[in-house]
Design a protein around this ligand. Structure first.
Ligand code: DC
Length: 195
């Protein structure tokens, strides 16, 4: 059985950083599933057709990390046809031996409900906005408004809404450094691997 690590949480909570660090620590491949939705949002045209035609080259498009690309991703991610077109790719990635790390919004709830470890990473709104604004060099107040809009849309949609799986461990990174957050996540994974 492959050892899948599912990491979910709202925008800029630190889940991507933690996912990359866990992947490096355990030697597993990592999939940033937000990038799939960002690429679909950036492709224009019919989003469902774009999701069905998505290739690895689309994930390397410039500008996918911008705040605008995040908003476009959140809009197309609410479409059930877009989500279902991306399920198989994500599940195949998750089931690689000896294991894989995926981060997103619905990994523990929909994509990999059988994941060996599920983390739900949160941080308070101002902290998340401050971190992402510093990363992108934009205004923190504007970023705060954008993150709240995105989280509200991602949580309220009918298709695979943002929420913790019942068996997820919640990790609040508000008062943590990156090293502390990664260390806490490693402890969770090591405990599950031992059990
Ligand atoms: O993780 P991110 O900020 O790059 O994600 C961008 C948007 O994509 C996010 O606002 C909602 C959507 N998304 C999703 O619906 N499901 C996922 N598994 C990952 C991202």
């Amino acid at each position: 059985m492959p050892f899948t690590i599912a990491i979910d949480g709202p925008a800029a909570s630190g889940k991507g950083t933690i996912a990359r660090a866990l992947a490096a620590h355990f030697g597993f491949p990592h999939l940033d599933t937000g990038l799939l939705y960002r690429a679909v949002g950036a492709m224009g045209g019919d989003p469902v057709a774009a999701a069905q035609a998505l290739t690895a080259a689309d994930l390397a498009r410039p500008g996918l990390r911008s705040a605008e690309a995040g908003q476009a991703a959140s809009r197309v991610a609410a479409l059930p046809g877009v989500r279902s077109a991306l399920v198989d790719f994500q599940r195949r990635f998750a089931l690689q031996e000896p294991g894989a790390v995926l981060d997103g919004r619905d990994i523990g709830t929909v994509i990999c409900p059988e994941a060996a470890v599920k983390l739900y990473v949160v941080a308070d709104d101002a902290t998340r906005a401050g971190r992402r604004a510093a990363e992108l060099g934009v205004d923190p107040a504007e970023m705060l408004a954008q993150l709240r809009e995105r989280d509200a849309r991602d949580s309220a949609r009918a298709a695979a809404p943002l929420r913790p799986a019942p068996d997820a461990v919640v990790l609040d990174t508000t008062a943590m450094t990156i090293d502390q957050a990664v260390a806490a996540a490693v402890v969770e994974v090591v405990q599950r691997r031992a059990g």
